[in-house]
Design a protein around this ligand. Structure first.
Ligand code: GDP
Length: 282
């Protein structure tokens, strides 16, 4: 990871636009401040893509777009699984580097972001071939690769960059719930309970319709226990299998089965950042 950071800093000098991917469901938690520091040090503009917008709450995504777009940052919400969305990226990036965009000076775009936010999916869709390895497993891309997109633009794929430390516990839990941190780094019960608490606060109607559980007056622990009971997840001796139900809830959230959900908004993030006493979501 340290080598990837060093290489990213070096490459930053030789590119025109940073294409930074965030997960639209948790843009704040899935942003790496190192990327911002590296690009500001070299004064490179940024196309900030809130990817997986198909899974996120559209209202929260609009608030994030307003929050992020300023100065040399242009924020857009996309789904890199949709070819029409992906087709917009080269033009959006080129508008940030008007001095390039020619056959002699192609726009050099550096694709950056945490693991599993969709970098390889974007690159493959742009190149219309399977050039980068994709998969729902964090940290598959290990080396930088350079691709000619057309005679006006080039793409540089970079390995997923995780911060050296995750400062806020709730960020770690959001990242784990969204599978940006790998399964071996956290405990399913803890992450599932955290996710259930957020879902109860932010999307009780979806819990009612998709999980067929009445959310009123519940906390995350009760919700998962109810899911275990409803789906018949039982351990030996007939006790509810809490761990299995927690994993099932996470899977339903990750796949979009629960509906379009955002784990944070600019407002909830500001509250979270304003002090440890404040709850991570409201
Ligand atoms: P990378 O590690 O950043 O290169 O991420 P990948 O491109 O390998 O994508 C990680 C997972 O997210 C894969 O299972 C992709 O199919 C999925 N994915 C990528 N973009 C989108 C998107 O816009 N919407 C949805 N629903 N899934 C996506």
């Amino acid at each position: 990871m340290a080598a990837a950071r060093k290489k990213a800093a070096e490459t930053m000098a030789k590119i025109d636009v940073v294409v930074e991917l965030l997960d639209a469901r948790l843009p704040g938690a899935s942003s790496n401040s190192l990327i911002e520091r590296l690009r500001q040090a070299r004064q490179r503009p940024c196309l900030r893509i809130l990817n997986k917008a198909d899974l996120a709450d559209p209202e929260a995504t609009s608030a994030w777009l307003r929050h992020y777009s300023s100065g040399d940052v242009r924020a857009v919400a996309l789904s890199c699984k949709k070819p029409d969305d992906v087709a917009k990226v080269p033009h959006l990036a080129a508008t940030l580097a008007p001095h390039r965009d020619s056959a002699l000076k192609p726009v050099r775009m550096m694709v950056m972001g945490m693991p599993n936010v969709g970098k390889s999916t974007l690159i493959n869709a742009l190149l219309k071939r399977k050039a980068a390895k994709t998969g729902d497993e964090p940290a598959i891309t290990r080396q930088q690769s350079r691709f000619q997109l057309d005679d006006r633009s080039e793409l540089i794929d970079t390995p997923g960059l995780m911060p050296t430390a995750i400062r806020h516990a709730s960020d770690g839990l959001m990242l784990a719930a969204s599978h940006i941190i790998g399964a071996d780094a956290y405990i399913d019960e803890e992450v599932g309970t955290f996710l259930a608490d957020i879902l109860l606060r932010r999307s009780p109607a979806l819990i009612r319709t998709r999980s067929e559980v009445e959310p009123g007056g519940m906390d995350g622990y009760r919700l998962i226990s109810e899911i275990a009971a409803k789906r018949g997840y039982l351990r030996k001796g007939g006790k509810p299998d809490y761990e299995k139900a927690a994993r099932a809830l996470m899977q339903d959230y990750r796949s979009g089965l629960l509906g379009r959900i955002s784990l944070e908004t600019p407002q909830t993030r500001a509250i979270m950042l304003s002090g440890d006493a404040a709850p991570p979501v409201s």
